[in-house]
Design a protein around this ligand. Sequence first.
Ligand code: KG4
Ligand code: ZN
Length: 336
Amino acid sequence: MKILGIESSCDETAAAVVEDGKTILSNVVSTQIEEHRKYGGVVPEIASRRHSENIYGVVEKALADANLTIDGIDAVAVTYAPGLIGALLVGTGFAKGLAMASGKPLVPVHHIAGHIASNYIAHHDLKPPYLCLVASGGHSHIVEILDYTKFRVVGRTRDDAAGECFDKVGRVIGFPYPAGKYIDEAAKRGDDKAYKFPHPTVNGSPYDFSFSGLKTNVINLVHNAEQKGIGINADNIAASFQKTVAEILVGKTMLAAEELGYKTIALAGGVSANTGVRSLLQSECDKRGYSLYMPPLSLCGDNAAMIACQGYYDYLDGKRADESLNAIATLSLENI
Ligand code: KG4
Ligand code: ZN
């Protein structure tokens, strides 16, 4: 079964064709990062306009790269939540029009479920149940994957997402948006013991994250140094900060795995590209004899192959939408 996936929840316009939820026939991503960079973050109105301009060509290329026309597609899957509302509306509107005009079923997909599904494309032996750490620019979750379309969120961030924290810390130490990958590169050159940063916890919710205190701590350190005319070592800050985030994300995931009895762990979301998070999670899983699944770097960030893959499982589960489908800016994984 061939599914056309469409993704436009943030600053990537993407379309892909995936067969049976595992084989990528095409995967087109048009990023707007360069344009948003000069503002230090995504400007929602610009994102919507660019999606509108790009979506036709991106979908056309995804079909052409797969050597297909819309007639060869079995269903259209689209990200309808969560994300920037204006950006989501472009993808859902386009997908609705395409599905209605071609008479193909329309499948609504949750963006985070899509990130989780990226591992099914790369690892055909991965099957629920398992525990997944999802860390992206907008979300930080520890999720029980009960089945392909059934999720229980056991940990969530109370304030900033992990990726957001990377981006804001990166900005203050002089890196362009989105700063995650620049911090990752700088961390390789720096000393991760140079600075001690806090590991904030949430009272009574051991699997929940709080990153805003850590972010403020790093920002204060940089501003204090500037005021005193003391130079900072960006590589050392990056290395120490990245180590702290990795310890927080991985520590809580290991605690949840132990207490909830999971021995199969997965990682997903934009921050899953991070070298420090990947290597710490790998070594902690190895120590405990857990199986670990991580997406290849090409599927860590926003893409539509993951949406087509999750769309396949949602289709099998009977999920369908019609022309009344609306985009939703905030929606829990548990309410889909
Ligand atoms: O999943 P994603 O592409 O978009 C959202 O759904 O939010 O995640 C983007 C986030 C950004 O905050 C970016 O800085 C972060 O992922 N990111 C990284 C790395 N690559 C991307 N963070 C840390 N290390 C990286 N190598
Ligand atoms: Zn994402």
